[in-house]
Every structure is written in C-alpha cells, then in structure tokens.
Design a protein around this ligand. Structure first.
Ligand code: TXA
Ligand code: MG
Length: 353
C-alpha cells in the first residue's frame, strides 16, 4: 500500500487534509494523526472491521483494548452507561487533555474495541489536529499509539513513518508532540478511582480533584487492570539500565559502566539530564542524548521515546539512562523507563557511598 504523508499545521490545520482523512475514516480505513501525547492510529470506533484492522497493522495482541477519542462530553455520553460525579469533575478539569477515563460501556461500542471488556476507555485529546479531525469525521475514533507493537510510542510524524509506511493510507504529520508520553488511564468504573497507567495528568492533580485515588498494583497472581500494562512494550535492541537516585553517585556509576562497555568493545549510549551531560560527555560515549533539565520531568517525558528510538537506529548495545524522582509526571517517566529496561534499575542511595 502506498502511504501518503501530509504535513499539517498545528495552529491552522488545513481543511483539505482533514476532509481527506475524515473520508478515509468514514470509509473504514486507518489514519495516523497527532495528539498532544503521542501519535494515534485511528479508525471509526463503531466499525468493528475497521478496528480489527488496527490490531493487524500494529501486530497488537487481541486482548489489549483501544482508547476511543471523542470531541467532548456530549459525544462521550452515547458510548457509556453511566456518567458519574467523578467523571463529570475529571471531564471539566482535564478534557481536552491527556486523561483517559474507563467507564461502563454502552452497546454502541463493538467488542473489538474493548477486547470483550464491559468498560470502555475514552478521552478528548487537546491537539488541534486531533480535535478537528474527530469533529470533521463526526464519529468516535478508536486509536492506540501509532507504533508497531513492541516499539516506543511515536512522538513525531517521522516515527510513524518509520513504523507504518506501506501499511496505512495516510499519516497526518504535525511534527513533534508536546507531552511525549501516553495519557493517564483512570478507572472510574468501580469503587475508588484507580490509575491504571501513569501519564500526562498526575496522581497529585487527580487527588486534589477527587480525594482518594489509588494506583493499580498488579502482582504475580493478579494481572494489571489495563491489559496493555502487562506487556513490556518496548525492549530496545541494546541492554538498557536505569540509574536512579542521587546525581553525583549515579554519575560515577554511569562513568564506570561506560568504561566497562568500551573495554568490551560495545557501543554505548547515554540518556541523561542537561546537568549531567558535560561529565558524561567526557567519558566519550558513542551517543549522548539529553532528555531535559534536572527537576523538569516534563522535558524528560517529552524526549524519552525519541532517545530510545535513536539508540536503536544507531545500534547502541549498552544504554544507560539517568532516572528521575518518582513524583508528578516523573512517575510516568520512570514507569516507561523501567518497562523498557525490563525493570533493571540500579538504585544509588547516598548511604551506599
Ligand atoms: O495518549 C494516549 O493514550 C495515546 C493517544 C493516541 O491517545 N493512546 C494510547 O493507546 O496510548 P494505547 O492503545 O497504546 O494504550 C491504551 C491503554 C492500554 O494499556 C490498554 O490496555 C488500556 O489503555 N485500556 C484501554 N481500554 C481499557 C479498558 N476498558 N479497561 C482497562 N484498560 C483499558
Ligand atoms: Mg501503545
């Protein structure tokens, strides 16, 4: 299949491009489009066959449900059975934006979208292109991240092109996304609101709004409530280690690991903060990628997937990533980093010396 890539302005999305994309969606085809979190691979959410195509194109496990994107609360209501007080508060405060709500589904939503679950995940994206596309299409749009399964979510049109060229008819390319990590998934379908996936909206923000909010903690005998969270998602080709904790000690450790990799003739890549970069640069890693400034986890969030993709394209064999504090959006950054590393984290504490 030939893939068309249309460059589209975020501030003034072109009407013609939107009309073409909407036509493809209404006809049962797939369109990759930007959101403020990551790019999505969209299909008409009430067309079971179109949604089934998403799974084929991505190589996505059948048991992993899709998020449905709508343009506002009014468009969300027909898709669900109950709209709670908590849902109302969340929608008022965080829609449009990077918050996905899991709610009891209505019969409008086909089982293909929810992988047979009785709930549906819904969000209103804030990216002007995404919103305009959904409005133009006049339908709810099911969209997972527009990567091949097992690759990091795409944060630019170029990433989507790498993964889906030849597999989809149209990519709307508006450059880089802003948040850079996927939305927070919040389960409002039963009991205490529960975060199933940390993301752009933080637990602190949700607690201020809703009071008690819990975090889904799967164990060896209970799988995660968001089926997608059981997958490692992304294993870079290189061996990734996350170095957490105090910066000075972490830096010493990273310098040691760089030297060790070089002694073994391995190509070594470093993902680190701006503040650590000069010291690590002096160790001559084969790749040094700045994730953002220390204490600004939102910068790290926005650059993380780009850094991981770069390590793969440069065939880096040993990857050392500097961790960040697990608060605010730092929780989501560490969640994605730990998953990519298969939970390989080297904690560095001051007491260790
Ligand atoms: O920011 C985002 O959320 C992006 C953009 C494109 O909107 N989308 C995204 O979709 O990250 P995806 O498919 O990569 O991740 C959806 C996550 C998965 O972990 C899935 O298991 C979970 O949401 N999910 C979807 N429906 C659910 C449901 N009914 N109950 C529990 N978890 C659900
Ligand atoms: Mg995904």
């Amino acid at each position: 299949m030939e893939t068309k890539r249309i460059y589209i302005s975020t501030s003034q999305p072109g009407r013609e491009a939107l009309a073409e994309a909407a036509r493809i969606l209404r006809d049962g085809g797939l369109v990759a489009f930007p959101t403020e979190t990551v790019y999505g691979l969209g299909a008409n959410a009430v067309d079971a066959a179109a949604c089934a195509q998403i799974f084929r194109v991505k190589g996505r496990p059948q048991d992993n449900p899709l998020i449905v994107h709508v343009s506002g609360k009014a468009e969300a209501l027909p898709l669900i059975r109950e709209w709670s007080e908590a849902a109302e508060l969340c929608a008022r405060k965080f829609w449009p934006g990077p918050l996905t709500l899991v709610l009891p589904k209505s019969s409008v939503i086909p089982d293909e979208v929810t992988a047979g679950l009785d709930t549906v995940a819904i969000r209103v994206p804030s990216h002007p292109v995404a919103l305009a596309l959904i409005e133009e299409t006049g339908l709810p749009v099911a969209a997972p991240s527009a990567n091949l399964s097992g690759r990091p979510s795409p944060t630019s049109g170029a990433h989507v092109w790498q993964d889906l060229r030849g597999a989809v008819p149209l990519i709307l390319d508006a450059g880089s996304t802003q948040v850079g990590l996927e939305s927070t998934v919040l389960d409002l379908s039963a009991g205490i609101p529960t975060i199933l996936r940390p993301g752009g909206v933080t637990r602190e923000q949700l607690e201020r709004l809703l009071g008690q909010v819990s975090v889904d903690k799967p164990s060896s005998d209970r799988p995660p409530k968001a089926p997608g969270m059981k997958y490692r998602h992304y294993a870079p080709k290189g061996d990734l280690q996350v170095i957490g904790g105090v910066r000075e000690k972490g830096l010493e450790r990273m310098a040691e690991e760089i030297a060790k990799a070089h002694r073994r003739n391995k190509k070594v890549g470093v993902l680190c903060t701006l503040e650590s970069a000069p010291v690590l640069h002096a160790q001559l890693p084969d790749l040094l990628f700045v994730l953002g400034s220390e204490g600004r986890p939102e910068e790290m969030a926005s650059n993380l997937f780009e850094g991981l993709r770069l390590c793969d394209s440069q065939e880096i064999e040993v990857i050392l990533a500097e961790g960040t504090e697990e608060s605010g959006i730092g929780v989501a950054v560490m969640n994605r980093l730990k998953k990519a590393a298969g939970q390989k984290v080297i904690p560095i504490s001051p007491a260790q010396g």
